[in-house]
Design a protein around this ligand. Sequence first.
Ligand code: FES
Length: 105
Amino acid sequence: MKVIFISSEGVRQAVEVQPGGTLMEAALLNMVPGVEGMCGGVCSCATCHCYVQAPWGSTIDAPRAGELEMLDAVTHRRADSRLGCQVTLTEQLDGIEVLLPPSQG
Ligand code: FES
């Protein structure tokens, strides 16, 4: 399946990944700049912050309390903010577009 990461400058990078992993893992495995994933995906660093573009945002599970708490601490929070490590990629998300913030943290 394909995931399209878009930098804050608008540079698009399409990567091919297997379903079952997370957005954060897809970025790290493909060396996408702008995603750090420092905690390894346990929802405790918020360095995998991203924006899930419409219409994909409405097709994934809503963030749980722990993710929302972490998102409260990020600098560039938006309504469509998510932590990439908390979004599992399924076949239904093939072609998902994910915008990255100007900086992590
Ligand atoms: S990788 Fe640390 S919160 Fe997502």
